[in-house]
Write a protein that binds this ligand. Structure first.
Ligand code: AMP
Length: 236
């Protein structure tokens, strides 16, 4: 018969100890109670109290403006080829305050529209689109360059200055009637966004907005998105 009491040295070898050891190994993942206790108080409140998190985000957003975002965008002449002035958004991405303001401004006006999916265009549209989807409580869908998506796709080609390009979407990425917010980093001639819109129409999506961080207004890309609500945070 086993005694109800385990001698002290044997305690470390018994099954009594096992659950405790498992819990400790989960601590670095923030799952076990011990990890929660080690987090400094202000962080703990921000992570655990959703109401406070929203208030913090709103407060911080008001500190950065469209003008701040515009100032941070870097102009890179002659990239990727001579004559193109590339709008480099990486300084916006690397600044937490500007990144958050950008996402908040992109979703402004769409918070109460019941957006089901945010669709981002390959590749920088993924960054803003995915973050916006999380904030809106929506799903995220990528529109990719041809040949990158693994499942069955619809494809749409469009003209470039020299040649053409093709974008694709999974056939089951958006259900008919779902409310979709389309996003990319930059609107230039509008060819890419117009092709994305055509793909979404093919799936029966209801497009509630087409949003960009930057619009090169002098290229008049908007006219190719006629009839859709288009918005951009910074215009050149
Ligand atoms: P477009 O189809 O002409 O409207 O081109 C839009 C796409 O090309 C976007 O996905 C942008 O990321 C990219 N793009 C076009 N022009 C520029 C530019 N001057 N700077 C940065 N990205 C650009």
């Amino acid at each position: 018969m086993f005694s109800r009491f385990v001698p002290f040295p044997l305690f470390f070898l018994t099954p009594y100890r096992l659950p405790l050891t498992c819990l400790r190994s989960l601590a670095p993942l923030g799952i076990a109670g011990t990890a929660q206790r080690s987090i400094p108080t202000p962080y703990r409140r921000a992570t655990l109290d959703p109401a406070r998190l929203i208030a913090d985000n709103a407060g911080r957003m008001s500190q950065a403006t469209r003008a701040d975002i515009e100032r941070a965008i870097r102009n890179v002449p002659d990239f990727p080829k001579p004559g193109i002035q590339f709008k480099d958004i990486t300084p916006v991405l690397s600044d937490g305050r500007l990144l958050e303001a950008t996402i908040q401004l992109l979703i402004d006006g769409h918070r109460h529209q019941g957006v089901d999916k945010v669709v981002g265009i390959d590749a920088r549209g993924f960054i803003f689109g995915a973050a916006a989807a999380v904030k809106l409580g929506a799903g995220f869908v990528p529109i990719r360059k041809k040949g990158k998506l693994p499942w069955n796709t619809h494809e749409q080609s469009y003209d470039l200055e020299y040649g053409s390009a093709t974008v694709a979407i999974h056939v089951d990425a958006v259900k008919p009637g779902e409310r979709v917010l389309l996003m990319d980093d930059l609107l230039a001639t509008g060819g890419t966004a117009a092709a994305a819109v055509q793909l979404l129409e093919k799936l029966g999506a209801q497009i509630v907005g087409v949003n960009f961080v930057i619009e090169l207004g002098f290229l008049d890309g908007r006219k190719r998105l006629n009839g859709y609500p288009v918005d951009a945070l910074v215009r050149y």
